[in-house]
Design a protein around this ligand. Structure first.
Ligand code: SF4
Length: 357
């Protein structure tokens, strides 16, 4: 829940909000509430899109300040990865919007958004709805980059893949994780037998159809010694991949539950992935680092570090206020900061290359 509206009587609704003085219009002139009735940790802005239940509990689906749209399809997943930031319980609840509401939400998005992410759970599980969403995105946003986050397994099914090809937006990139250099390790991490073969078949299908693929490698205690092996496989089998991203873990859900068997600190993770990154870069493959604070990465790699943690989740320890690169730093997930209490090393102006001479 992002907000709560006191004395709410307008019933469940999807609402694009309009702020006028001390009043907020929730979708139309029939539902106006005083600003003071809304209890929200984050300020609402004109153009935000909310879903509100009958009790006045609201969730922000779209923030007009960010201009990026997230389309959450379902909490369900057909894998149960050992380091997933979602918990077993969250995966069992279907927390996605009903079909009609989700499609209306896409209709309500402004036409000038800059980026769309389709995610879950496993977003392809609601097959018919997923295809309708792809078609709608193609019709409404033909020039916008769309990122689909999936485990890629369903893309190994020929009939489904053919439909996706028919409906997918022109600027679609599909991000798929590879967890190991062997089927045994990958399947041990996803906890689904056969998932490695399905995922790799899905990647091959996409690349042969000319659809952009991002391969994600979530670095953990379980795969830290095989990252070079993963890089070698990518170079050998998928040299035309769009990009490869090495990802730091978010310690919530399964990741928090299995913390001692999978978690490694950012510095240890960086040391483990350095050679794999070098190999990919030398092979001409665009490679980046997500979810890592800069002081845990050698300065020579800062150029490929991305500020990838969403604004509502990113946090910094107090010592970071002394750091010359805080504005460029990706910081920590709030849960990771709470659970691991990391020691940070603020960067001075000289190290940061900021000269005051
Ligand atoms: S000290 Fe803080 S702001 Fe600076 S690089 Fe480290 S985590 Fe980032």
């Amino acid at each position: 829940m992002n907000l709560y509206i006191n004395d709410y009587t307008c019933g469940p609704r999807l609402a694009k909000i309009k702020v006028e003085g001390d009043k907020i219009f929730l979708g139309d002139n029939s539902c106006i509430v005083p600003v003071g009735n809304i209890k929200s940790p984050n300020k609402l802005s004109d153009g935000d899109i909310l879903t509100i239940d009958r009790w006045g509990r609201g969730y922000r689906l779209y923030s007009n300040e960010e201009h990026n749209a997230t389309i959450f399809m379902t909490g369900h997943c057909n894998s149960n990865c050992i380091m997933c930031p979602t918990s077993d319980k969250e995966r069992q609840i279907d927390s996605g919007l009903p079909d009609a509401k989700l499609l209306s939400y896409i209709d309500m998005l402004p036409s000038d958004i800059s980026h769309v992410v389709v995610t879950g759970g496993e977003p392809t599980l609601r097959v018919q709805l997923f295809l309708k969403v792809m078609k709608k995105l193609t019709d409404r946003f033909p020039h916008i980059e769309t990122l689909l986050l999936t485990n890629g397994r369903s893309l190994s099914v020929a009939s489904f893949f053919e439909k996706l090809k028919e409906y997918c937006p022109p600027y679609l990139c599909i991000a798929i994780p590879i967890h190991g250099d062997t089927p045994e390790l990958h399947d041990k991490i996803t906890r689904v037998s056969g998932s490695f073969n399905q995922t790799n078949r899905g990647i091959r299908n996409l690349l042969s159809a000319g659809i952009a693929v991002e391969i994600r490698v979530i670095v953990s205690k379980m795969n830290m010694y095989v990252l070079e092996g993963i890089a070698k496989r990518i170079i050998k089998y998928y040299p035309n991949v769009y990009t490869v991203n090495f990802i730091g873990m978010e310690t919530r859900g399964n990741c928090a539950k299995n913390f001692s068997s999978i978690y490694i600190g950012h510095r240890q993770a960086f040391e483990a992935m350095r050679n794999a990154i070098d190999m990919l870069v030398m092979a001409g493959i665009n490679t980046s680092i997500y979810n890592f604070p800069l002081c845990e990465v050698d300065a020579g790699y800062w150029g490929i570090c991305r500020k990838s943690i969403s604004p509502e989740k990113v946090r910094f320890p107090n010592e970071c206020d002394k750091c010359a690169v805080k504005a460029e730093c990706g910081g920590f997930f709030s849960t990771t900061l709470l659970m691991t209490k990391p020691q940070v090393s603020p960067i001075g102006p000289r190290e940061a290359g900021i000269c005051h001479c």
